[in-house]
Design a protein around this ligand. Sequence first.
Ligand code: GLN
Length: 485
Amino acid sequence: MNYLDLSIADIHAALVAKKVTPLELTKEALKRAHESKDNAFEMILDDEAIAFASSLGEPEEDNLLWGIPYLAKDNFSTKGLPTTASSNVLNGYKPLFDAHVIDVLKQKKAVLIGKTTLDELAMGGTGTTGHLGITYNPYDPKHERMMGGSSCGSAAAVAAGIVPFALGSDTGDSVRKPASYGGVIGVKPTWGRISRYGLFPFAPSLDHVGFFTRYVSDAALLCDVLSGRDEMDSTSSEKPVPHCLEKLSEEKKPTFAVLSDIVDSIHDETILSSFRALCQKLEEQGCKVTYVPFGKEALESIYATYIVISCAEATSNDANLDGIKFGPYYEGKTYQEVMFNARTKGFSELIKRRFVIGSFCLMAENQDVLFLRAQRNRAKIVAKTNEILKDVDFILVPAAPSIAPKLGQSSDKLSDEYLIADNHLALGNFAGLPSVTLPLGYEEGMPFGVNLMGRAFEEEELFQACRLVSDSTGLEGSYYGKEDK
Ligand code: GLN
């Protein structure tokens, strides 16, 4: 057992007691990063991390993040350091500023040891479309199964025990789905909780800063530290920051709604029986668990609604990726020609397809039937979600219908298993509600997860519920590489 494998609070205690130094921790994390074979890194920041860790001086007793190594998805701007969003269009781009969350972590003296891969521009859910190729799942050394995305590198690195936490971003499920495939905790707090200044936008009405950890207490700590109003992001909330860590162990007996149509769309018996066993354990502890239907038609419409809204927003946002304002310059006689060449050469097929969909939905003649209709449907789905959360404290569902799928294996895109069980996490983005994926079990040596969603800005209560779930499953900490995995 290395100090790096402990919870942040335990690493902190060792740092304060001078049993280990930030430099030793950083060197161990860098060594693990270099040894990893999962293609999880856009860059490993050896020199910068060693210089920063060496400069930290005396331990700060009341700062839990002091000297803790971490990673950031490469769509967070880092001053003077490449920020690629795993897209060739951003090759060579070095931001002039740090993203808000990078800045906060720098103030807290956490040590950034590298930047992780993603599906290009955070679009996609497989971890296969970034410009460096496929990111693999550390649970599958044969490299047959996906990591899931878009925050593939951060998920893989935390799963592999390289760092105690990593930043990600979540527009539809990009933190919470790979968390399920990687057996780690994946958090997306309430929309507006954490400033998105310096996060490369995908679809701002759905985008959230999120993060991966191995312990519930680490997730609660990060939520506290990263939350708060930031004048550089007008959508960040004025609400007081939560005290999730302090309130984590308060005794509560919350009520849970299981969305029955989601569970009915799942066929994997191992996932279903683990999920039922969890519900039973929660009930044995005095919690109330009820099965509630959401409405199949509404659930089946999530994916289409998500694609229309997110692609429309992305098309508009990413208009600046034109080979002039950003990106490698390719010759052309006119602005259109330069842009055409940069985008043709710079983007993968998935991005091109999404920009075509987005442009089509935004054309004047299509706006009402596509874009506005999707907005109206989103409003209905949000109303239904909030209605359920008036009667119960949390929505509880399996995070995904399966363990990490095999690479290249395609699913029936019109089945309920895909439309409902593979896409329901976007409910949390539509409504901006806080949502956490936690490990639930293992099948064929691969992890799968459970998801909890709560009311807006009730992260303190949500983490208390996570504590209950985690105590019931007994799955916390680093499992990768352990014999009993
Ligand atoms: N998998 C979803 C997509 O394909 C979600 C992406 C995300 O959350 N960034 O867009």
